[in-house]
Design a protein around this ligand. Structure first.
Ligand SMILES: [Zn+2]
Length: 322
């Protein structure tokens, strides 16, 4: 793996490379930003680069260090991840002990602590001592989507690298070029995945998203055309997908937003469901206020599901409002 394998995040990559070139590499970094953006991949490439025997701002991919890194057996690199949502204090103790011994091969030892918010307070405090006075050969990269769960004394010791959601167009291009996904499906995922690389690839490779979308479009179309019994007969579909209720409701919201956009602009290029212009056109007669009201109700249903209000009742009420 190389910097060229990282999708997006150009600014973050440039600043890390420039630190290597200028010799201003920090002992501790915190990579923060939503899940699924590629923080861990970039941390791995950065670690590999720092360990590379060539000492340049790109890994050479040829030296013994790069080869060991790619083979997952570099003795001076450790990645720690939570088990059952917790990184135990014992694990932190082992790490601190390990950090106190010099590198076996090169000039550095690199530690990645992934999902570092799963370190409890005592563990964070234990780690703080090392962050305050790090041995000159270590670099630590902490990764988390929840910076607010990290104690301020750790944050102030770290160089913070913030990650932002990827642009929809970046995701769409990747899916078409690397995964051979059909352009219209890739556009839908690009808009739907909210900038998450991990989710996009999941959606693209499983195909389930589009099965669900087809079913939802059928349900919406029947309801709009006055078939209110469909509200009851659709309940099974929603119950079966209860675990992914948010996703299903998002598909619905995107549908009605498209309808809104299409009515207001008439421009099919602005649609998320760009391959469904025909169906959207057939629903063109719905009033704008009504569409806004439906979107509001779906949003409200999303909130109420999180509050554990009776699921079937919520869905039924929402469907009947369409
Ligand atoms: Zn190398």
């Amino acid at each position: 793996m190389d910097f060229t394998d990282i999708l997006g995040h150009e600014r973050q990559i440039d600043s890390l490379k420039s630190a290597i070139e200028k010799g201003t590499i920090s002992h501790s970094y915190l990579f923060e930003g939503e899940e699924g953006l590629g923080k861990r991949d970039l941390a791995l490439v950065f670690a590999k680069t720092l360990l590379c025997e060539e000492g340049k701002s790109e890994p050479c991919n040829k030296c013994s260090s790069c080869r060991k890194f790619d083979g997952d057996n570099h003795p001076d690199f450790k990645i720690t991840r939570p088990v059952k949502n917790l990184i135990k204090i014992e694990k932190v103790g082992e790490l601190i002990k390990d950090m106190a011994t010099r590198p076996l091969e090169g000039r550095r030892k690199i530690y990645i602590i992934d999902d570092c918010h799963t370190l409890r307070l005592e563990s964070q405090n234990a780690l703080l001592k090392t962050l305050e006075e790090p041995p000159e050969y270590i670099n630590i990269i902490l990764i988390t989507p929840f910076k607010n769960k990290i104690i301020p004394t750790i944050l102030s010791r770290c160089q913070i690298v913030k990650f932002y959601p990827l642009k929809g167009s970046v995701i769409t291009n990747l899916l078409v070029e690397k995964y051979g996904i059909d352009q219209s499906e890739a556009s839908f995922i690009g808009a739907f995945a909210k900038g998450s690389l991990r989710k996009s690839i999941e959606y693209a490779t499983s195909g389930k998203l589009f099965e669900k979308r087809e079913e939802i479009i059928k349900i919406i179309d029947a309801l709009i055309k006055g078939d209110k019994t469909r509200a009851l007969t659709s309940l099974n579909f929603f119950s079966e997908n209860k675990e992914n209720a948010e996703e299903i409701l998002d598909i619905m919201i995107y549908w009605f937003r498209d309808l809104l956009v299409f009515k207001e602009t008439g421009n099919p290029n602005l649609l998320v469901n760009v391959d469904k212009v025909e169906v959207l056109s057939s629903q063109y007669h719905i009033d704008l206020n009504k569409i806004n009201d439906i979107i509001y109700r779906i949003d409200e249903t999303k909130v109420n599901i999180k509050r554990n209000v009776n699921f079937n009742l919520l869905i039924e009420t929402m469907l009947l409002s369409i």
